[in-house]
Design a protein around this ligand. Structure first.
Ligand code: ADP
Ligand code: 5GP
Length: 202
């Protein structure tokens, strides 16, 4: 029987580089998949519906909540975000590793439903660098950048709920450390129960 895939939850302050590191990881390891979230946020220039997010009206998002179509959902800086359940569960059952790049409130919900998931908190090397990255990305107004920085401070108070801290100093180095976490997690005894039983039977 095939092992179930790893569920990897990646959080961290807005602008820390979560998206950048996850994208770099998938370029090196195409077998790792990312869940596509739903959101009521408006698309940024270049973002494509169904690729970066499913961009939904609030009414549709609410009906998905009522129909239990999300693994988790949360309101972040006045927009709703949620992880559609079906694709993630199907990929895990096929033995694929799946990344959820989600904020802290959602990660806490995932932890109660999937205690075996791996929780990784991405941090910039400093708060000053966080501000530079967030404003340098140029996708949010100065007001939204400030709101996200305030939220970032609150998010950092939840680091202890995670298993790993990943400092994103250099993208390549951080990506290699992320890959090392995945490799080590796959070697955990409790994730290799079937293999161990087969060896004992032989
Ligand atoms: P997040 O997904 O955490 O909100 P992004 O991946 O969008 O963050 O990164 C925020 C900005 O910082 C982007 O402009 C990105 O190119 C830049 N960035 C990401 N990682 C690094 C890094 N290691 N060094 C310098 N700039 C980075
Ligand atoms: P952004 O607007 O910058 O794309 O995302 C804002 C925040 O929402 C980020 O911290 C991102 O990780 C988080 N996010 C994205 N998708 C989801 C999701 O499905 N659920 C939750 N809880 N957070 C999400």
């Amino acid at each position: 029987m095939k092992n179930k895939g790893l569920l990897l939850v990646v959080s961290g302050p807005s602008g820390a580089g979560k998206g950048t590191v996850c994208k770099a990881l998938m370029e090196k390891y195409p077998e790792v998949c990312m869940s596509v979230s739903a959101t009521t946020r408006k698309p940024r220039p270049g973002e494509v519906d169904g690729v970066n997010y499913y961009f939904l009206e609030e009414e549709k998002f609410r009906s998905m909540i009522e129909n239990h179509e999300f693994i988790e959902w949360a309101c972040f800086c006045q927009n709703y975000y949620g992880t559609p359940r079906k694709r993630v569960e199907d990929l895990l059952a096929e033995g694929k590793d799946v990344i959820l790049e989600i904020e802290v409130q959602g990660a806490i919900q995932v932890k109660s439903k999937f205690p075996e998931a791996v929780f990784i908190f991405v941090m910039p090397p400093s708060l000053e660098e966080l501000r530079n990255r967030l404003s340098g990305r140029g996708t949010e107004s100065a007001e939204v950048v400030e709101e996200r920085l305030q939220t970032a401070l609150w998010e950092c108070t939840n680091i202890e709920k995670y298993n790993y801290i990943l400092i994103n100093d250099d993208v390549n180095d951080a990506t290699d450390r992320f890959a090392a976490i995945i490799e080590a997690e796959k070697m955990r005894i409790e994730r290799n129960g079937q293999w161990i039983q087969d060896i004992r039977k032989a």
